[in-house]
Design a binder for this molecule. Sequence first.
Ligand code: AMP
Length: 316
Amino acid sequence: MTAQTAILAQIKAAHTIIIHRHQRPDPDAFGSQFGLAELIKTSFPEKKVHVVGKSVPSMAWMGQMEKIPNSLYDDALVIVTDTANSPRVDDRRFEYGKVLVKIDHHPNDEPYGDYTWVIENASSTSAMIFSFYQEFSNELKLSDKGAAFLYSGIVGDTGRFLYGTTSDTMNIVSELMKFNFDWVKINQQMDTISLPAAKASGFVYENMVTTQYGFNYIILTNEIVENFKLGDFGTAFIVPLLGKVNTVRAWAVFEQQEDGYFRVRLRSRQVIINEIAKRHGGGGHEFAAGARAKNIDEINDIINETDNLLKEQAEK
Ligand code: AMP
Protein backbone atom coordinates (compact mmCIF):
# COMPACT_ATOMS: atom_id res chain seq x y z
CA MET A 1 0.00 0.00 0.00
CA THR A 2 1.39 3.43 -0.88
CA ALA A 3 1.43 6.25 1.64
CA GLN A 4 -1.23 8.05 -0.41
CA THR A 5 -3.57 5.03 -0.36
CA ALA A 6 -3.09 4.69 3.40
CA ILE A 7 -3.76 8.42 3.91
CA LEU A 8 -6.96 8.27 1.84
CA ALA A 9 -8.12 5.27 3.91
CA GLN A 10 -7.44 7.26 7.11
CA ILE A 11 -9.38 10.25 5.76
CA LYS A 12 -12.32 8.01 4.88
CA ALA A 13 -12.27 6.39 8.33
CA ALA A 14 -12.14 9.66 10.28
CA HIS A 15 -15.07 11.77 11.35
CA THR A 16 -12.98 14.75 12.51
CA ILE A 17 -9.88 15.87 10.62
CA ILE A 18 -7.63 18.64 11.94
CA ILE A 19 -5.02 20.13 9.61
CA HIS A 20 -1.88 21.85 10.92
CA ARG A 21 1.09 23.46 9.13
CA HIS A 22 4.36 25.16 10.08
CA GLN A 23 4.93 28.25 12.20
CA ARG A 24 5.48 31.51 10.31
CA PRO A 25 3.31 30.28 7.47
CA ASP A 26 3.93 31.14 3.83
CA PRO A 27 1.51 30.70 0.91
CA ASP A 28 2.44 27.01 0.49
CA ALA A 29 1.80 26.29 4.18
CA PHE A 30 -1.62 27.97 3.93
CA GLY A 31 -2.29 26.72 0.39
CA SER A 32 -1.67 23.07 1.28
CA GLN A 33 -3.54 23.35 4.61
CA PHE A 34 -6.62 25.12 3.19
CA GLY A 35 -6.43 23.26 -0.14
CA LEU A 36 -6.46 19.86 1.58
CA ALA A 37 -9.27 21.01 3.90
CA GLU A 38 -11.36 22.09 0.89
CA LEU A 39 -10.61 18.84 -0.94
CA ILE A 40 -11.80 16.76 2.02
CA LYS A 41 -14.86 18.96 2.72
CA THR A 42 -16.00 18.89 -0.91
CA SER A 43 -15.41 15.16 -1.29
CA PHE A 44 -16.89 14.12 2.08
CA PRO A 45 -19.36 16.83 3.19
CA GLU A 46 -20.35 14.83 6.29
CA LYS A 47 -16.85 15.08 7.82
CA LYS A 48 -15.77 17.85 10.20
CA VAL A 49 -12.56 19.48 8.92
CA HIS A 50 -10.66 22.15 10.88
CA VAL A 51 -7.60 24.29 10.08
CA VAL A 52 -5.57 25.48 13.06
CA GLY A 53 -2.46 27.51 13.86
CA LYS A 54 -1.68 31.11 14.66
CA SER A 55 -3.58 33.71 12.63
CA VAL A 56 -1.22 35.79 10.53
CA PRO A 57 -2.49 39.20 9.37
CA SER A 58 -0.23 39.28 6.28
CA MET A 59 -1.77 35.99 5.14
CA ALA A 60 -5.38 36.92 5.98
CA TRP A 61 -6.15 37.26 2.25
CA MET A 62 -5.95 33.46 2.03
CA GLY A 63 -8.21 32.69 4.98
CA GLN A 64 -8.68 32.55 8.75
CA MET A 65 -7.56 29.93 11.25
CA GLU A 66 -10.09 28.34 13.61
CA LYS A 67 -10.08 28.15 17.39
CA ILE A 68 -11.09 24.65 18.45
CA PRO A 69 -11.33 22.95 21.87
CA ASN A 70 -8.85 20.22 22.89
CA SER A 71 -11.70 17.71 23.10
CA LEU A 72 -11.97 17.61 19.28
CA TYR A 73 -8.57 15.92 19.13
CA ASP A 74 -9.69 12.83 21.07
CA ASP A 75 -10.90 10.94 18.05
CA ALA A 76 -9.32 13.03 15.30
CA LEU A 77 -7.11 12.36 12.33
CA VAL A 78 -4.40 15.06 12.41
CA ILE A 79 -2.64 15.92 9.14
CA VAL A 80 0.39 18.22 9.18
CA THR A 81 1.30 19.76 5.81
CA ASP A 82 4.52 21.41 4.62
CA THR A 83 6.42 20.94 7.91
CA ALA A 84 9.71 19.03 7.97
CA ASN A 85 10.33 18.87 11.73
CA SER A 86 7.84 18.36 14.56
CA PRO A 87 9.16 21.32 16.66
CA ARG A 88 8.08 23.65 13.82
CA VAL A 89 4.44 22.50 13.78
CA ASP A 90 2.15 25.39 14.65
CA ASP A 91 -0.27 24.60 17.52
CA ARG A 92 1.41 22.02 19.71
CA ARG A 93 -1.79 19.98 20.06
CA PHE A 94 -0.97 18.17 16.80
CA GLU A 95 0.17 15.19 18.88
CA TYR A 96 -3.18 14.84 20.67
CA GLY A 97 -5.03 13.15 17.79
CA LYS A 98 -5.73 9.44 17.27
CA VAL A 99 -3.68 9.20 14.06
CA LEU A 100 -0.97 11.57 12.79
CA VAL A 101 -0.05 12.07 9.10
CA LYS A 102 2.84 14.09 7.66
CA ILE A 103 2.60 15.41 4.07
CA ASP A 104 5.64 17.44 3.00
CA HIS A 105 8.20 18.28 0.32
CA HIS A 106 11.23 19.16 2.50
CA PRO A 107 14.12 16.76 3.14
CA ASN A 108 12.65 14.07 5.39
CA ASP A 109 15.06 14.53 8.31
CA GLU A 110 12.34 13.68 10.81
CA PRO A 111 9.68 11.28 9.49
CA TYR A 112 7.22 11.94 12.35
CA GLY A 113 3.68 10.56 12.40
CA ASP A 114 1.96 7.22 11.80
CA TYR A 115 1.95 7.83 8.04
CA THR A 116 4.53 9.95 6.22
CA TRP A 117 4.25 11.01 2.59
CA VAL A 118 7.24 13.08 1.46
CA ILE A 119 8.35 13.98 -2.06
CA GLU A 120 11.54 15.98 -1.63
CA ASN A 121 11.71 17.25 -5.19
CA ALA A 122 8.08 18.37 -5.40
CA SER A 123 7.83 22.10 -6.08
CA SER A 124 5.49 22.54 -3.12
CA THR A 125 3.23 20.67 -0.76
CA SER A 126 0.29 22.26 -2.56
CA ALA A 127 1.39 20.50 -5.78
CA MET A 128 1.47 17.19 -3.85
CA ILE A 129 -2.10 17.76 -2.64
CA PHE A 130 -3.16 18.28 -6.25
CA SER A 131 -1.40 15.02 -7.30
CA PHE A 132 -3.26 13.31 -4.44
CA TYR A 133 -6.54 14.61 -5.87
CA GLN A 134 -5.55 13.48 -9.39
CA GLU A 135 -4.56 10.00 -8.21
CA PHE A 136 -7.94 9.44 -6.57
CA SER A 137 -10.09 11.67 -8.79
CA ASN A 138 -12.71 8.92 -9.06
CA GLU A 139 -13.35 9.35 -5.31
CA LEU A 140 -12.32 12.95 -4.59
CA LYS A 141 -13.79 16.29 -5.65
CA LEU A 142 -11.92 19.58 -5.76
CA SER A 143 -13.82 22.88 -5.70
CA ASP A 144 -12.76 26.09 -7.48
CA LYS A 145 -11.88 27.51 -4.08
CA GLY A 146 -9.66 24.50 -3.33
CA ALA A 147 -7.93 24.89 -6.69
CA ALA A 148 -7.24 28.57 -5.91
CA PHE A 149 -5.56 27.63 -2.61
CA LEU A 150 -3.33 25.04 -4.27
CA TYR A 151 -2.43 27.42 -7.09
CA SER A 152 -1.45 30.11 -4.53
CA GLY A 153 0.79 27.63 -2.72
CA ILE A 154 2.59 26.61 -5.91
CA VAL A 155 3.08 30.23 -7.00
CA GLY A 156 4.39 31.07 -3.53
CA ASP A 157 6.94 28.30 -3.18
CA THR A 158 8.28 28.57 -6.73
CA GLY A 159 8.63 32.38 -6.42
CA ARG A 160 6.26 32.65 -9.37
CA PHE A 161 8.00 29.81 -11.24
CA LEU A 162 11.56 31.03 -10.67
CA TYR A 163 12.64 28.12 -8.44
CA GLY A 164 12.09 24.36 -8.41
CA THR A 165 9.76 24.51 -11.41
CA THR A 166 9.57 21.47 -13.71
CA SER A 167 7.25 20.29 -16.45
CA ASP A 168 5.32 18.45 -13.70
CA THR A 169 4.77 21.77 -11.93
CA MET A 170 3.47 23.36 -15.12
CA ASN A 171 1.23 20.37 -15.90
CA ILE A 172 -0.33 20.70 -12.47
CA VAL A 173 -0.76 24.46 -12.92
CA SER A 174 -2.31 23.86 -16.33
CA GLU A 175 -4.82 21.45 -14.77
CA LEU A 176 -5.54 23.89 -11.93
CA MET A 177 -6.25 26.65 -14.45
CA LYS A 178 -9.14 24.56 -15.79
CA PHE A 179 -10.94 25.44 -12.55
CA ASN A 180 -12.76 28.72 -12.24
CA PHE A 181 -10.77 31.17 -10.11
CA ASP A 182 -9.02 34.48 -10.63
CA TRP A 183 -5.31 33.62 -10.92
CA VAL A 184 -4.41 37.10 -12.18
CA LYS A 185 -5.74 38.53 -8.91
CA ILE A 186 -3.73 35.97 -6.92
CA ASN A 187 -0.53 36.76 -8.87
CA GLN A 188 -1.06 40.48 -8.30
CA GLN A 189 -1.79 39.96 -4.60
CA MET A 190 1.47 38.06 -4.23
CA ASP A 191 3.45 40.71 -6.13
CA THR A 192 2.12 43.66 -4.15
CA ILE A 193 4.07 45.48 -1.43
CA SER A 194 3.03 48.32 0.87
CA LEU A 195 4.55 51.79 0.58
CA PRO A 196 6.69 51.30 3.75
CA ALA A 197 7.93 48.04 2.21
CA ALA A 198 8.90 49.89 -0.96
CA LYS A 199 10.90 52.39 1.15
CA ALA A 200 12.53 49.54 3.07
CA SER A 201 13.55 47.96 -0.26
CA GLY A 202 15.53 51.09 -1.05
CA PHE A 203 17.31 50.78 2.30
CA VAL A 204 18.09 47.10 1.66
CA TYR A 205 19.68 47.79 -1.73
CA GLU A 206 21.67 50.73 -0.30
CA ASN A 207 22.97 48.77 2.69
CA MET A 208 23.38 45.15 1.59
CA VAL A 209 26.89 43.74 1.79
CA THR A 210 28.25 41.93 -1.26
CA THR A 211 31.27 39.68 -0.86
CA GLN A 212 33.94 38.91 -3.43
CA TYR A 213 32.43 35.45 -3.98
CA GLY A 214 28.89 36.59 -4.66
CA PHE A 215 27.23 36.39 -1.22
CA ASN A 216 24.76 39.25 -0.66
CA TYR A 217 23.43 39.79 2.82
CA ILE A 218 21.82 42.32 5.10
CA ILE A 219 21.57 42.45 8.87
CA LEU A 220 18.33 44.00 10.12
CA THR A 221 18.23 44.91 13.80
CA ASN A 222 14.94 45.46 15.64
CA GLU A 223 15.60 49.19 15.48
CA ILE A 224 15.94 49.22 11.69
CA VAL A 225 12.81 47.14 11.15
CA GLU A 226 10.78 49.24 13.60
CA ASN A 227 11.80 52.44 11.80
CA PHE A 228 10.20 51.21 8.59
CA LYS A 229 6.83 50.59 10.26
CA LEU A 230 6.15 47.64 7.98
CA GLY A 231 3.08 46.59 9.96
CA ASP A 232 1.35 43.37 9.04
CA PHE A 233 3.23 42.93 5.79
CA GLY A 234 6.29 41.56 7.56
CA THR A 235 9.72 41.30 5.96
CA ALA A 236 9.30 38.31 3.61
CA PHE A 237 9.45 40.64 0.57
CA ILE A 238 13.11 41.46 1.41
CA VAL A 239 14.45 37.96 0.75
CA PRO A 240 14.01 37.87 -3.06
CA LEU A 241 15.37 41.43 -3.46
CA LEU A 242 18.95 40.35 -2.66
CA GLY A 243 18.71 37.47 -5.12
CA LYS A 244 17.93 39.72 -8.08
CA VAL A 245 21.43 41.18 -8.38
CA ASN A 246 23.18 39.62 -11.38
CA THR A 247 26.41 38.84 -9.50
CA VAL A 248 24.68 36.96 -6.68
CA ARG A 249 25.38 33.26 -6.00
CA ALA A 250 23.95 33.04 -2.47
CA TRP A 251 22.15 35.49 -0.21
CA ALA A 252 20.82 35.91 3.31
CA VAL A 253 18.68 38.14 5.48
CA PHE A 254 19.52 38.22 9.19
CA GLU A 255 16.55 39.70 11.01
CA GLN A 256 16.59 40.29 14.75
CA GLN A 257 13.60 38.95 16.69
CA GLU A 258 11.99 40.21 19.89
CA ASP A 259 14.13 37.82 21.98
CA GLY A 260 17.33 39.32 20.49
CA TYR A 261 18.13 36.27 18.33
CA PHE A 262 18.39 36.69 14.56
CA ARG A 263 16.16 34.79 12.16
CA VAL A 264 18.35 33.66 9.27
CA ARG A 265 16.89 33.22 5.81
CA LEU A 266 19.46 31.66 3.49
CA ARG A 267 19.15 31.21 -0.28
CA SER A 268 21.54 29.94 -2.93
CA ARG A 269 21.76 29.37 -6.65
CA GLN A 270 24.73 27.00 -6.74
CA VAL A 271 26.01 25.76 -3.40
CA ILE A 272 23.99 23.61 -1.00
CA ILE A 273 23.27 25.71 2.08
CA ASN A 274 20.87 23.63 4.20
CA GLU A 275 23.81 21.89 5.92
CA ILE A 276 24.95 25.33 7.14
CA ALA A 277 21.39 26.03 8.34
CA LYS A 278 21.32 22.71 10.21
CA ARG A 279 24.56 23.60 12.04
CA HIS A 280 22.84 26.76 13.28
CA GLY A 281 19.59 25.37 14.65
CA GLY A 282 17.64 25.25 11.39
CA GLY A 283 17.11 23.31 8.20
CA GLY A 284 15.18 23.46 4.95
CA HIS A 285 15.82 22.79 1.27
CA GLU A 286 19.23 22.58 -0.42
CA PHE A 287 18.83 26.06 -1.92
CA ALA A 288 16.36 27.69 0.50
CA ALA A 289 16.89 27.22 4.20
CA GLY A 290 16.41 28.96 7.54
CA ALA A 291 18.23 29.08 10.88
CA ARG A 292 18.68 31.08 14.08
CA ALA A 293 21.78 33.03 15.13
CA LYS A 294 22.17 34.10 18.73
CA ASN A 295 24.39 37.13 18.07
CA ILE A 296 26.69 38.89 15.61
CA ASP A 297 29.42 36.27 16.17
CA GLU A 298 27.14 33.49 15.00
CA ILE A 299 26.01 35.66 12.06
CA ASN A 300 29.67 36.07 11.12
CA ASP A 301 30.14 32.29 11.33
CA ILE A 302 27.25 31.77 8.90
CA ILE A 303 28.61 34.44 6.57
CA ASN A 304 32.09 32.84 6.61
CA GLU A 305 30.77 29.30 6.15
CA THR A 306 28.66 30.35 3.15
CA ASP A 307 31.38 32.48 1.62
CA ASN A 308 33.92 29.65 2.03
CA LEU A 309 31.61 27.26 0.18
CA LEU A 310 31.26 29.80 -2.63
CA LYS A 311 35.04 30.31 -2.68
CA GLU A 312 35.71 26.55 -2.84
CA GLN A 313 33.27 26.14 -5.69
CA ALA A 314 34.69 29.14 -7.58
CA GLU A 315 38.20 27.70 -7.32
CA LYS A 316 37.29 24.20 -8.52
P1 AMP B 1 12.39 30.78 5.24
O1 AMP B 1 13.71 31.39 5.05
O2 AMP B 1 11.85 30.98 6.61
O3 AMP B 1 11.44 31.18 4.15
O4 AMP B 1 12.59 29.21 5.11
C1 AMP B 1 13.18 28.62 4.00
C2 AMP B 1 13.07 27.12 4.12
O5 AMP B 1 13.79 26.67 5.25
C3 AMP B 1 11.63 26.67 4.32
O6 AMP B 1 11.44 25.52 3.54
C4 AMP B 1 11.55 26.35 5.79
O7 AMP B 1 10.68 25.30 6.03
C5 AMP B 1 12.97 25.99 6.18
N1 AMP B 1 13.29 26.50 7.52
C6 AMP B 1 13.29 27.78 7.92
N2 AMP B 1 13.62 27.90 9.22
C7 AMP B 1 13.82 26.64 9.67
C8 AMP B 1 14.15 26.07 10.93
N3 AMP B 1 14.39 26.84 12.02
N4 AMP B 1 14.26 24.73 11.02
C9 AMP B 1 14.04 23.94 9.94
N5 AMP B 1 13.72 24.42 8.71
C10 AMP B 1 13.60 25.73 8.57
